[in-house]
Each structure stands twice: as C-alpha cells, then as structure tokens.
Design a protein around this ligand. Sequence first.
Ligand code: PNS
Length: 162
Amino acid sequence: MKNVLAIYPGSFDPVTNGHLDLIERGAKIFDRLVVSILRNFEKEPLFTIDERVEMLREVTRPWPNVEIDVFSGLLVEYARLRQANVILRGIRAVSDYEYELQMAMMNRKLNKDVETVFMMPALSYSYLSSRLVREIAQLGGPIKITGLVPPVVEERLRAKIV
Ligand code: PNS
C-alpha cells in the first residue's frame, strides 16, 4: 500500500460535528490527514484563522495522524507543495454534488495527480453547516447549537456572541 496523505480543505468557521465525523472517517483510511483552513481575504469570518486553528487542534487531539494547517491560493498548488495524493471533501446531500463535482473536475484539470475523494458524514449531520451554526448562534443564542458543534466550539461561540 502507498503512503497516502490526504488534505481536507475548508473554511471551518467554525468546525462542526459534521466536519469532525468526516475527519474521523478520513483518519481511519488515510495514513495522514491534513485539515487545512483556507485563508480567504474576501470573506468576513466569525472566527479568526488562529481561533479556528486552536479549535481544530483541540478537537482532533484523539487522532495522532491528523494535522492542522492553513493555506492560501490555489488548493492544487498547496497539495503539490505538501506532496498530497488526495483531496478529501464531504457530500451531505445531492445539493452539494454539483458544486463539488465542478471543483473536483477543475482541480483535476489543474493537477491530474491529485485525486478528490468524497465521503458522506453520518445522516444525522446531513443538514448541518458552519453557515447555519453561525446564523443560529447569532440569532437564537448558543443553547440552540448544543449537539451541532464540539463543546469547545460551543463555549467559544458563547464567548463571542454574548
Ligand atoms: O468549506 P468550503 O468553504 O466549502 O471550502 C471551499 C474550498 C476551501 C475547498 C475552496 O474554496 C478552495 O479550494 N479554495 C481555494 C482556491 C482554489 O483552489 N480555487 C479553485 C477551486 S476549483
């Protein structure tokens, strides 16, 4: 078997239990998994990059083959620099498919040596997204997000919003 390094890219603003479910699945089948946060200068994030790194480090502590990193620019270029063979992405529902297919095909066009692998999170997380978590926390209060995000994220959301 080859030594497979997979990159799981995303905004992770903040990391949810759905992301964590995918990280757990990825950590089982890849030799190493690098969870990489996109440094996106256009978006107005809720959590800073440093906060997101801290939260991800804390919640991925159980998996010694999982690393947290930050990238900017093209994902395929970052994958080349890291000598990664795989890009891991999650598909929750059919609605994710079109966007994900487009990205996977474009990334293949840009770098044919990196393979995109899709995994499905547990059904119970199929409706969960960072965007909805941010919205619920901002409008409804942190109590409503219990079970959607790891406890450390819930605490940070409480501290940020209250
Ligand atoms: O979790 P997200 O926000 O849906 O992740 C999107 C992400 C980070 C995977 C995507 O925006 C990305 O790869 N951005 C880096 C820039 C890039 O390579 N763009 C071309 C994609 S075909």
